[in-house]
Write a protein that binds this ligand. Structure first.
Ligand code: G3H
Ligand code: 13P
Ligand code: ZN
Ligand code: NA
Length: 308
């Protein structure tokens, strides 16, 4: 069934693992992810961004996710990723999403609280859960100074006040991850000291890690080998994700790794089969690559196999 993340996060927290939250934009992506979760008997979060709604048309994504639920019988959360205002959150809640993110991280603290509260009030009246974000994810470099970190990373005291005052159900934190394929210029590092403090202060409360793709080297290499150009692409090492999952982090967001798996596979296929033009011939392998990658994440990184 379509479910909220409430019970999922409770179990994940206690079990020291995280649920994968994967961004979906079309049928093959959804099928690849769901096949992996089925084999691993894993709970699953499928998330839809504003860009995904625009690309696919909201009704298509909704119906594809319904098909995934019916086909798999898994507990699946349908989540709005990075909702930018009340209206988009309301539209998703009204259309049957079980979870929404209101991303007020770009606003000053008080304004972030205000818009988050507004969404929480509406969502909770409809039985829908809410994720918010405090602190800014940025293009982070190797040598971020302490003063810069304090300005952009999540402040633990503020996190406690934010959660108390908004009544939000989960909180995305900034500890050094960022969106996209270029997360670190030098050696990757996350502020685990900060994550540990936030985890302690918000004991039992589910945290979310955005920008958590690993930018898997084999896919980057394959893209580059078959005509792509992704110099210096680098993500969050998997042992760091594993470590975060043992702490307060209960939801780990992955989009870039899906994009790279798909693109690397399609690029390779085109180079090796220039005579083919049937989309099923290259989207099929792309879907298989997504399935394999997601299964690996569930089993070896997130730790959420057999979580249903
Ligand atoms: O956080 C960003 C996600 O990767 C979604 O990206 O807005 O291009 O769909 P998008
Ligand atoms: P990645 O770009 O690291 O996959 O992050 C995805 C994300 O945070 C979606 O909200
Ligand atoms: Zn994100
Ligand atoms: Na956890």
């Amino acid at each position: 069934p379509l479910v909220t993340s409430k019970e999922m996060f409770n179990k994940a927290y206690k079990g020291g693992y995280a649920i994968g939250a994967f961004n979906v934009n079309n049928m093959e992506i959804i099928q690849g992810i769901v096949e992996a979760a089925k084999e691993e008997k894993s709970a699953l979060i499928l998330q839809v961004s504003a860009g995904a709604r625009k690309y696919a048309n909201p009704i298509y994504l909704k119906k594809l996710v319904e098909a995934a639920v019916e086909d798999s019988n898994l507990p699946i959360v349908l989540h709005l990723d990075h909702g930018e205002n009340f209206d988009i959150c309301k539209a998703c809640i009204d259309s049957g999403f079980t979870s929404v993110m209101i991303d007020g991280s770009k606003y000053p603290f008080e304004e972030n609280i205000r818009i988050t509260k507004e969404v929480v009030e509406y969502a909770h009246s409809k039985g829908v859960v809410v994720e918010a974000e405090l602190g800014k994810l940025a293009g982070v470099e190797d040598a971020v100074k302490v003063s810069e970190k304090d300005a952009t990373y999540t402040d633990p005291e503020q996190a406690v006040e934010f959660v108390e005052r908004t009544g939000v159900d989960s909180l995305a934190v900034a500890i050094g991850t960022s969106h996209g394929a270029y997360k670190f210029k030098g050696t990757p590092s996350l502020d685990f000291e900060r994550l540990e403090i936030i985890t302690k202060k918000l004991e039992g409360f589910p945290l979310v890690l955005h920008g958590a793709s690993t930018v898997m080297p084999e896919f980057v290499a394959k893209c580059n080998e078959y005509g792509g150009k992704l110099p210096g692409a680098q993500g969050v090492p998997e042992d760091m994700l594993r470590k975060a999952a043992t702490m307060g982090v209960c939801k780990i967001n992955i989009d870039t790794d899906l994009r790279l798996a798909m693109t690397a596979t399609v690029r390779e296929y085109f180079v090796n089969h220039p005579e083919e033009f049937d989309p099923r011939k290259y989207l099929g392998p792309a879907r298989d690559a997504i399935k394999q990658m997601v299964q690996h994440k569930i089993k070896n990184v997130l730790g959420c196999s057999n979580s249903i």
